[in-house]
Design a protein around this ligand. Structure first.
Ligand code: 5RP
Length: 236
């Protein structure tokens, strides 16, 4: 790993460690997905080994496997439909703590789990904070039927929200089409600047075949950012 990558991992871990301070015994916790959330699950597992009693609800099969292997007790949203806290990463954090998520392809479960939680804390290195969303392509999860037609619907509705850009069907590193944990596909939308996230979110949700999109609006209550000059906490 390059020294820049090592530093980035250290910052993610610092943010994760700060989020852990919000966890109390007895809590039901949404466990996020991605490299930052992975640090949180590792640190949480250390506390569980020391006697902390929590139940985690993972947002992906990857997180489930990690948490299981580390001995974090897990449950499902059916067993625990109301969670105390969800801790997750983000691809971009914009004004009003509106997020772009789904870089890891877990946006659907992440949004369901975050919506079920009283509080969502986002952990990230400071590079994720942006003045305007959209430099990171917006993941849009779609069903595996009529994708060409769904794509046209997305293009039409996104234009109505002032967004235009290439939609790329996500593939895995081996070239195979990426399939989400729920069996759907992802179109990554390169919109550039998203000036009106709420309007775009509403228009995308109207397209038949769109299951979910990566705009998280009014979900994050707190962001913990770790940067070169320390940890910053931002509340909505
Ligand atoms: C996964 C996500 C992740 O939270 C997001 O991609 C950030 O990941 P990382 O912490 O690895 O930068 O939304 O679907």
């Amino acid at each position: 790993m390059s020294s820049a990558a090592v530093t980035a991992e250290m910052l993610k871990r610092q943010a994760a460690a700060r989020a852990l301070e919000h966890v109390r015994s007895g809590m039901k916790l949404g466990l996020g997905t991605g490299s930052t959330a992975k640090h949180f699950v590792e640190l949480l597992a250390e506390r569980v080994a020391q006697g902390l009693e929590v139940v985690g609800v993972p947002t992906s099969e990857v997180t489930r496997a990690q948490a299981e292997s580390l001995g974090v007790p897990l449950g499902t949203l059916d067993e625990y439909p109301v969670l105390d806290l969800c801790v997750d990463g983000a691809d971009e954090i914009g004004p009003d703590l509106t997020l772009v998520k789904g870089g890891g392809g877990a946006l659907l479960r992440e949004k369901i789990v975050a919506s079920a939680a009283h509080e969502m804390i986002v952990i990230a290195d400071a590079s994720k904070m942006v003045a305007q969303l959209g430099a990171f392509s917006l993941p849009i999860e779609v069903v595996d039927f009529g994708v060409a037609a769904i794509r046209r619907g997305i293009e039409r509705n996104a234009r109505a929200a002032g967004c235009q850009g290439l939609l790329t069907l996500r593939r895995r590193a081996d070239g195979h089409v990426f399939v989400t944990d729920q069996g759907h596909l992802i179109l990554d939308a390169a919109y550039g600047v998203i000036r009106e996230p709420a309007l775009l979110a509403a228009r995308l949700a109207e397209v038949p075949g769109v299951v979910e999109h990566g705009l998280f609006i009014n979900l994050a209550s707190r962001v913990i950012l770790a940067g070169a000059d320390g940890v910053t906490v931002i509340d909505r």
